[in-house]
Design a protein around this ligand. Structure first.
Ligand SMILES: Cc1cc2nc3c(=O)[nH]c(=O)nc-3n(C[C@H](O)[C@H](O)[C@H](O)COP(=O)(O)OP(=O)(O)OC[C@H]3O[C@@H](n4cnc5c(N)ncnc54)[C@H](O)[C@@H]3O)c2cc1C
Length: 374
């Protein structure tokens, strides 16, 4: 396929761009994916890979629930490459107030077809023996998963290629123009242009309210069975929701290698990718408060990444009215691994003028967003 004769050009070969490539190619469009660097090397490589239903807002719940169901139904090769592990999540209550809120949370999940189990002090420890004694309880959500998202992204791109898509790497897009993208002296044309440039989306479409929100992660040596579920404090949602300049929350993940991934932090420091030892120290101290045995594990690597954050914590999915042919699939903050498939299906439905499975209006890129992030 000639690069100049694509029907759809996707800017960004992260997990969102890769998922969009599959969805649009499946609809018969000739897809060209362009990335300034390499596939799955942006935020996608820096995330945790928790495929989780989150209930920060009804819209977030609808999109995460929908997306998770699409991970379940994903192509066999993609599922295998993604190392999908349906290990479930244990949300840990830190105090009685959080514990008392659990039945309502459980009911909300039930309303969306998800069965959960409220854990008391004893069953919490049975579920995760390394948690600190004396924690009042928690909520087990068995239907959540963990994936290895760089491999999932590469597998999605491979699947798109089998449907005729082409992927160009190390090719920065300098400008998005009506029905086209400019790369150096070349302008590549297509009826559909998708800005899936993650945290850098606003560098190409400056009006987009997307900014980088930095996070640190740590991964340990191999300790198979150290934790059995993704384990996170219930306060994680508040840490993600409130756009403070800095926050940390307890969040650990078992990897298929036996390693334990420890998160997470959030900072608004622009594109400063440096290791902030103070924040990292706070993050690890928080994790050890909940799971003291973590202090005995050997960490092998730490890194940072940039979540593509929006003011209302919802991604931007849909047509961008100011530029002919332009569509947006960006701004997924800390849920882009989970919501990539839902985003892509929603976007393809909108491009094809089909009725989407969930309401797309809350994700319209030109919706009024308050509490500006710029
Ligand atoms: C610490 C941390 C933990 C996380 N944990 C989770 C989790 O457990 N679960 C979850 O669901 N999500 C998680 N996330 C969020 C998730 O990683 C992101 O939401 C997701 O990876 C965003 O994917 P993307 O494809 O939009 O962006 P990216 O992966 O950043 O891809 C965008 C691509 O666009 C390219 N690009 C940018 N500008 C240009 C240009 N001008 N020309 C060409 N190409 C360009 C970049 O090179 C990049 O490859 C986490 C994120 C972080 C940082």
């Amino acid at each position: 396929m000639s690069a100049r004769r694509a029907d759809a050009i996707i800017v960004g070969a992260g997990i969102v761009g890769a998922a969009c490539a599959v969805a649009l190619a499946r609809d018969g469009l000739r897809v060209l994916v362009i990335d300034a660097g390499g596939a799955a090397l942006g935020t996608t490589a820096a995330g945790m890979g928790h495929v989780v239903v989150m209930d920060d807002s009804p819209e977030q719940l609808a999109l995460t629930r929908y997306s998770q169901s699409l991970w379940r139904a994903q192509d066999d090769a993609v599922r295998a490459a993604s190392e999908l592990d349906w290990c479930g999540t244990v949300w840990v209550a830190e105090d009685e107030a959080q514990l008392e809120a659990l039945p309502a949370k459980q009911q909300l999940y039930r309303d969306h077809g998800l069965e959960t189990e409220v854990l008391d002090e004893t069953t919490l420890i049975e579920a995760e023996p390394h948690l600190r004694r004396g924690l009042p309880g928690g909520l087990l959500v068995p239907s959540d998963a963990v994936i290895y998202q760089p491999a999932a992204t590469i597998a999605l791109l491979a699947l798109a290629r089998t449907m005729g898509a082409e992927v160009l790497q190390r090719m920065p897009v300098e400008e998005i123009v009506p029905c086209g993208v400019r790369c150096g002296a070349d302008t590549l044309r297509a009826d559909v242009i998708v800005n899936a440039a993650g945290a850098a989306a606003a560098s190409l479409t400056p009006q987009l309210p997307v900014i980088p929100r930095k996070g640190h992660l740590v991964i340990t040596e191999r300790y198979p069975g150290f934790c059995r579920h993704q384990v996170a404090e219930l306060g994680y949602l508040a840490s993600a929701h409130v756009m403070t300049s800095e926050s940390v929350a307890f969040n650990v993940q078992p990897r298929s290698t036996g390693q334990v991934m420890v998160g997470s932090s959030r900072e608004l420091v622009g594109w400063d990718a440096s290791m902030n030892r103070r924040v990292l120290g706070r993050m690890i101290a928080r994790a050890c408060e909940f799971m003291p045995a973590l202090a005995d594990l050997v960490a092998v690597r730490t890194w940072t990444g940039f979540r593509p954050a929006t003011p209302d914590k919802l991604p931007l999915i849909g047509r961008w009215p100011d530029v002919p042919g332009l569509w947006i699939a960006a701004g997924h903050e800390g849920l882009g691994i989970t919501t990539s498939l839902g985003t892509a299906t929603l976007l393809a439905d909108l491009v094809a003028s089909r009725e989407p499975a969930i309401d797309a209006a809350p994700f319209a890129p030109d919706r009024a967003v308050t509490a500006g992030v710029h």
